[in-house]
Design a protein around this ligand. Structure first.
Ligand SMILES: Nc1nc(=O)c2c([nH]1)NC[C@@H]1CN(c3ccc(C(=O)N[C@@H](CCC(=O)O)C(=O)O)cc3)C=[N+]21
Length: 270
């Protein structure tokens, strides 16, 4: 088993980001700030938010967390849209009431949409960017390969499929309800999975020498658990993301790359 280490790759990018932020602060007096809006009080969500705050500290970015009642969500987003000191806004998903997800992510103005989740997003969605970086960083050639994306969610599957289809790659999108999922996935040399169904992807679905990216984030007893079954990790021919330190940390890094870009656009206006 060969490992695709997101944490290792992110180390290099973090250094570059710290330099970029130092320059923005010193030369332009722009202090990149991310606002995180959260409507659920849960340990898992709190931990994700905490990871972003920790990362920000390392690169000298600023983070403000708004834990609010969902009734105030749209108002809060609009206020942050207008706040000149805020360069990026993320609506931490899931929302307490998921029926408003569409409306909420679309309320973020495109220039500050560092998650890249709204319909008119200008920036690349962070998780898609992270997975793209990870494979490029480990020299995994995507051109000419059959790529299976399992899961068509708003955070990972859908934006990644769009990114890669636009790049002319051969992507097929499935989910946990696809009939004969095993047969479909077996055709792929590269598999990205983000369904949140633990153990969905088993060894018998995976062709020899395949590359597997597990971006599933189900949680069981407060522990993060991916989509890939244990038997896949026992294979010596497969290249795969680790249980910890895979896509997750790179997603945070990608998010801050978008924040830096948003802050730079602001600096150029000055
Ligand atoms: N609007 C929005 N944007 C998001 O980007 C977003 C979101 N909502 N909602 C929740 C998911 C989840 N997510 C993760 C980020 C980092 C790790 C991460 O770094 N995980 C560590 C482990 C962390 C630990 O459990 O200690 C790892 O994989 O090694 C995981 C998951 C971002 N999300």
């Amino acid at each position: 088993m060969k490992i695709l280490s997101g944490i290792e790759l992110s180390g290099y990018i973090t250094e570059r980001q710290a330099r970029q932020i130092r320059q923005l602060r010193q030369e332009y007096k722009v202090f990149p700030k991310l606002a995180i809006v959260q409507t659920i009080d849960s340990l898992v969500i709190d931990r994700y938010v905490h990871l972003k705050q920790q990362y920000a500290k390392d690169i000298l970015a600023e983070v403000e967390v708004y834990k609010i009642d969902q009734a105030k969500l749209i108002d809060t987003i609009q206020r942050l849209n207008e706040d000149n000191a805020v360069h990026g806004i993320i609506v931490q998903l899931p929302l307490a009431d998921t029926s408003e997800t569409e409306q909420a992510v679309n309320a973020v103005i495109p220039a500050k949409d560092v998650d890249g989740l709204s319909e008119d997003a200008m920036l690349t969605p962070a998780t898609a960017m992270a997975i793209d970086w990870l494979l490029a960083g480990y020299n995994v050639e995507l051109k000419g390969k059959n790529i299976a994306i399992v899961g068509n969610g708003r955070l990972v599957g859908a934006p990644l499929a769009r990114l890669w289809a636009n790049a002319g790659l051969n992507v097929s999108v499935y989910d946990d309800t696809t009939e004969n999922l095993a047969n479909e996935i077996r055709k792929a040399q590269v598999i990205v999975t983000a369904t949140g169904v633990p153990g969905l992807i088993t060894s018998q679905m995976i062709q020899p020498g395949a590359v597997v990216v597990d971006a599933g984030t189900a949680s069981e007893n407060g522990k993060l658990i991916g989509d890939v079954a244990e038997d896949v990790r026992n294979r010596s021919d497969v290249t795969i993301t680790p249980k910890k330190g895979g896509v997750g940390p790179l997603t945070v890094t990608a998010l801050f790359d978008n924040l830096i870009q948003a802050a730079r656009s602001k600096a150029e206006e000055l």
